[in-house]
Design a protein around this ligand. Structure first.
Ligand SMILES: *[C@@H]1O[C@H](CO)[C@@H](O)[C@H](O)[C@H]1NC(C)=O
Ligand SMILES: *[C@@H]1O[C@H](CO)[C@@H](O)[C@H](O)[C@H]1NC(C)=O
Ligand SMILES: *[C@@H]1O[C@H](CO)[C@@H](O)[C@H](O)[C@H]1NC(C)=O
Ligand SMILES: [Zn+2]
Length: 467
């Protein structure tokens, strides 16, 4: 469906279900793809393309102010019973943004029938469904959305340029790795050496549950996030990595980027990651984030600690990255993936771990792989490695969408995510101040099993040696 004509850029805003049959064959769309959010894909083709996919009747004109930022908001893919607190609705969205509640769609913001802007830039709802909305907002507004919206509404900041497909040679390389995959007993030995007591200790520092770290929150704008960043850098460096605290936007805590050198002369690089920033309950400053994403972050640290303990060296370059700004719209990874694209980094693939510790009491340990977002070939590789090295995990797909792998996939790098559930989010403490590690359903063994899969992917793809 066409949402609006964008007068400033002489283009149109188009939203289609991600699996709409007309997309793949239409160059106007494939060359103007701005990402998939939830189950919907956004395109901004030139206006001259309109006739190639739809009639133009009743399409409002929108003057997209220079500097306006497009943002997709969406009710997170949660189990139905967890949706009671702050369900998504258009009126509540208007309320949070301070827009007139009863306004018709075309009477606020800068939607207009005329070829002229209506005046100063204003926040505008361009499109909405019962669970999502596409908005044009000012940059400062976007940054602060995580402070004013319910934590179960996910925020995705759209890129400023069309998204590049992952190039065929990069996908062929992943296919090649998959085709040659076989069980390696050394990998099995290394990944099973991950220490659960160590993870238990680490998570208690990051959440503040140990009473010593003083961390109350790791929200990207909090002092706790800076404490966590420094601590992570020190811990990763103690394992032989070289780390930098890499700022990306003022006000945000930095990305923690750690590198192990290659033992061979190669540009090839493999990246595994999590995000260390967190969110808490509406109106509360406490954001311990034990599962989201203390689990992925301590999983990453457990990989580093095992690298050190066993003296693993890598044939390719290896990066372990803990991102910040994920909860505000994948900001930290977006800037880092952009940097790697500009450097023409030879990134074979990346795997993000986000929420890997929780499963419902009574359910078996699981691994959820992204149903919509990411590079299917990488997802398949990870699924196969899980069957080999963590056969205790039940593997399936999740509609829960979007973490830092999306930023890499959208820069043309092969990427996927590992997640805790073959289905929607079931963690009752999702984006809640009660997201602690000491609670029912928080399963350190599942955390380890999924970290093993991420680690096995790293070992198989990068190549390694033991002393
Ligand atoms: C990991 O390996 C070290 C060194 O061989 C050993 O002391 C330790 O018990 C192992 N830990 C686990 C959890 O396998
Ligand atoms: C990336 O690394 C692979 C594996 O070493 C190599 O075959 C390929 O030529 C490299 N690509 C670039 C662009 O350097
Ligand atoms: C990967 O897993 C699929 C499904 O389980 C299986 O059919 C395929 O043979 C596996 N591929 C490799 C290379 O192990
Ligand atoms: Zn997360």
């Amino acid at each position: 469906m066409i949402i609006a004509k964008l007068l400033q850029t002489f283009s149109v805003l188009v939203v289609f279900p991600h699996d709409h049959p007309d997309i793949a064959s239409n160059k106007c769309l494939t060359q103007s793809y701005f990402g998939t959010y939830g189950t919907q894909s956004v395109f901004i083709p030139p206006e001259s393309c309109v006739n190639s996919f739809a009639p133009t009747a009743n399409v409002p004109n929108v003057y997209l102010h220079p500097g306006a930022q497009l943002v997709w908001l969406e009710q997170a893919a949660l189990e139905q019973r967890l949706l009671t607190d702050h369900p998504f609705s258009l009126n509540s969205l208007r309320g949070y943004l301070g827009l007139p509640i009863d306004a018709g769609e075309n009477t606020y913001g800068s939607i207009s029938g005329k070829q002229q802007p209506l005046g100063p830039a204003r926040d505008t709802i361009l499109h909405h469904t019962s669970t999502s909305a596409l908005l044009a907002l000012s940059h400062t507004r976007v940054r602060d959305l995580s402070l004013i919206l319910p934590p179960t509404w996910r925020i995705y900041v759209l890129p400023s340029m069309p998204i590049l497909p992952v190039p065929e040679p990069a996908i062929a390389r992943v296919r090649d790795i998959l085709a040659n995959l076989k069980f390696n007993p050394e990998v099995a030995k290394i990944v099973s050496n991950i220490s659960v007591p160590q993870i238990q200790n680490d998570i208690r520092f990051l959440t503040g549950e140990d009473g010593k770290s003083g961390i109350e929150s790791r929200h990207s704008f909090s002092s706790g996030a800076s404490v966590a960043a420094e601590w992570l850098k020190t811990r990763f460096e103690a394992t032989g990595a070289k780390c930098e605290l890499r700022p990306f936007l003022s006000g945000f805590a930095p990305n923690v980027v750690c590198r192990y050198p290659s033992t061979e002369d190669t540009t090839e690089t493999v990246l595994v990651s999590g995000h260390y920033d967190s969110r808490g309950s509406f109106g509360s400053t406490r954001a311990p984030g034990a599962n989201d994403d203390g689990s992925g972050t301590t999983g990453l640290l457990s990989i580093a600690r095992t690298i050190k303990r066993l003296g693993v060296t890598f044939r390719s370059n290896v990066e372990l990255v803990a991102f910040a700004g994920e909860e505000q719209g994948l900001y930290g990874s977006r800037y880092y993936a952009m940097d790697l694209r500009n450097e023409e980094k030879n990134l074979t693939l990346m795997v993000q771990a986000d929420m890997i510790a929780y499963h419902q009491p009574g359910e078996p340990p699981q691994l959820g792989l992204p149903a919509y977002i990411g590079t299917p070939e990488v997802t398949q590789l990870v699924a196969n490695l899980s069957a080999i090295y963590s056969p205790e995990l039940v593997v399936g797909f999740t509609p829960a969408c979007c973490s830092d792998h999306q930023s890499f996939h959208y820069q043309g790098f092969p990427a996927t995510q590992v997640f805790e559930r073959a289905g929607p989010i079931a963690d009752p403490m999702y984006h809640n101040s009660g997201d602690l590690s000491d609670r029912e359903g928080y399963d350190f063994e599942q955390l380890k099993s999924i970290a093993k899969v991420q680690f096995a992917t790293l070992l198989h793809v990068a190549g390694f040696d033991l002393p």
